[in-house]
Design a protein around this ligand. Structure first.
Ligand SMILES: *[C@@H]1O[C@H](CO)[C@@H](O)[C@H](O)[C@H]1NC(C)=O
Length: 375
C-alpha cells in the first residue's frame, strides 16, 4: 500500500469513528462561533442569488430549495432544544431562500422553457423537504470500501484509465422525470432502463456517481419510495457492500461510502481547483442523505468557506477555465464534466457552483447543529 493511500485510509477511518468531545462551555462557545460563520456564509450566498435570480439556471434553484427543505426539517426536528437566536436565524434564512427560490423558478421557466418542462419539478415549492436521519458508516464498511478503492486503483494503473465518467445529463434528467410522470404516464413509473443505468451501474465515478445519489434522493422526495424499494428488491445491485438497513439505505450507504473515499482523496490532493465543484456536490448530496458527520468535517468546511467570493457567490477560481459549452442555455446534454452552468453578474459568479456550495453549507450547518445538541 502506498503511503498516500495509507494516509487516505486513515482519513476515511477517522471519518467513521465517533468523536467524543469533552463537554465544556469554552468548546460550546467555539462551536457556536463556527456555526455562525457557516450561517453568515449561507446568508450571503442566498442574498447573492436573490440579487441575481434573473440569470440563475435550474441548478441554482436546487440549492435554494435544499435550504428551504433542510432548514425546515432542522427546525421541526430540533427547535425545542435549540437556543432561540439559532431558531430565529434558521427561520429567517429559510424564508428568504424560499422566496428567492420562487423568483428563480419563474426566471428559469421564462429563460429555458424546454429545460424547465423536463426538470422544473426539481425546483417546485418544497421539492426537497424530506429529512434523512443521521446515519454513520461503520468501520467495517469503510474497510470494504477501501479494499474496493484499492482494486479500482490497480485496474486504473494497469492501463484501463477512462478519462470520462460517462455521465449524460439529459438521460439523467429524463430518468428523474419518470418520478413525476413522463409523457402522461402515472408518476413513479420507473423504467428498467433508468433503474439499471442510474442505480445498478457499478464502478461509476465523479458526476455519474453523485447523480446515482441525486437520482435516489429525487425519487424519494417525489414520493416514489415504495416503487423504488420494490425495484431495489426485484432488481438488486450486483455489489452490496453494507448489508445493513433497508434496500434503499444500503444503496445510499454504498454510493456515499464511495463518494466519501473520493472526497477524502480531494483533500489529500490539496483540493485541486478542477474538482471543487464536484467536491461541494459530494458533500451536499451525502450530507442530505444523512451521512452528516462523515461529510461535515471541519477541514472541509473551512475549505468551502474560503472559496466564497466577497459578494457571496461561488465562481471561477483564479486561472480556471470553465468550458464555454457549459454556458450555452440552448444546449442540453453533452456536458462533459459538469452540469450546465450560467454566469451570474460580473466577477465570474456561477449558478451551479453557488448552488452546490449552498448544498454543502446546508450539510455543514446540520453537522454543527447536531454536534451542538450532543453536548
Ligand atoms: C407506486 O407505488 C404505489 C404505492 O403502492 C402504487 O399505488 C403505485 O401504483 C405505484 N406506481 C407505479 C407506477 O407502479
Amino acid at each position: 500500500m502506498s503511503s498516500k493511500f495509507q494516509r487516505l485510509a486513515i482519513a476515511v477511518a477517522c471519518c467513521c469513528l465517533l468523536a467524543a468531545p469533552a463537554a465544556s462551555a469554552g468548546r460550546r462557545r467555539a462551536g457556536e462561533a463556527a456555526l455562525i460563520d457557516t450561517l453568515d456564509a449561507l446568508d450571503r450566498a442566498v442574498a447573492f442569488m436573490g440579487g441575481h435570480s434573473e440569470t440563475a439556471n435550474l441548478d441554482g434553484g436546487i440549492g435554494l430549495r435544499t435550504v428551504e427543505g433542510q432548514f425546515g426539517a432542522l427546525l421541526s426536528n430540533y427547535w425545542s432544544r435549540l437556543p432561540l437566536w439559532l431558531v430565529a436565524r434558521l427561520k429567517s434564512i429559510q424564508q428568504r431562500a424560499s422566496l428567492v427560490a420562487k423568483e428563480t423558478a419563474k426566471a428559469v421557466q421564462k429563460n429555458t422553457p424546454v429545460y424547465y418542462a423536463n426538470a422544473g419539478q426539481l425546483i417546485a415549492d418544497h421539492s426537497w423537504d424530506i429529512f434523512f436521519p443521521s446515519r454513520r458508516l461503520s468501520l467495517r464498511f469503510a474497510a470494504a470500501l477501501l479494499e474496493e478503492a484499492a482494486a479500482t486503483r490497480e485496474a486504473a494503473a494497469s492501463g484501463d484509465n477512462q478519462e470520462e465518467d460517462g455521465f449524460d445529463e439529459k438521460f439523467s434528467d429524463d430518468c428523474i422525470h419518470e418520478f413525476y410522470g413522463k409523457y402522461g404516464q402515472p408518476p413513479c413509473t420507473i423504467s428498467h432502463r433508468c433503474w439499471d443505468a442510474m442505480v445498478r451501474s457499478e464502478g461509476r465515478r465523479d458526476y455519474y456517481l453523485t447523480h446515482q445519489v441525486f437520482y435516489l434522493l429525487s425519487g424519494i422526495n417525489a414520493n416514489c419510495l415504495y416503487n423504488l424499494t420494490e425495484l431495489a428488491q426485484s432488481r438488486p445491485a450486483s455489489v452490496d457492500l453494507s448489508g445493513d438497513g433497508s434496500p434503499l439505505q444500503r444503496l445510499l450507504d454504498k454510493f456515499c461510502g464511495r463518494i466519501l473515499v473520493a472526497a477524502a482523496e480531494q483533500e489529500a490532493a490539496g483540493f485541486p481547483v478542477i474538482n471543487r465543484d464536484l467536491f461541494m456536490e459530494q458533500i451536499g448530496l451525502c450530507s442530505a442523505s444523512g451521512y452528516v458527520a462523515e461529510f461535515g468535517q471541519p477541514s472541509w468546511r473551512r475549505a468551502v468557506l474560503s472559496w466564497q467570493q466577497a459578494n457571496g457567490c461561488y465562481g471561477a477560481f483564479p486561472n480556471e477555465l470553465v468550458a464555454r459549452e457549459n454556458f450555452n442555455p440552448a444546449r442540453y446534454g453533452n456536458y462533459r464534466r459538469k452540469r450546465s452552468e450560467a454566469l451570474m453578474g460580473s466577477g465570474g459568479c456561477l449558478s451551479h457552483r453557488t448552488s452546490v456550495a449552498l448544498d454543502a453549507l446546508v450539510g455543514f450547518t446540520r453537522q454543527q447543529v447536531e454536534h451542538l445538541l450532543r453536548r
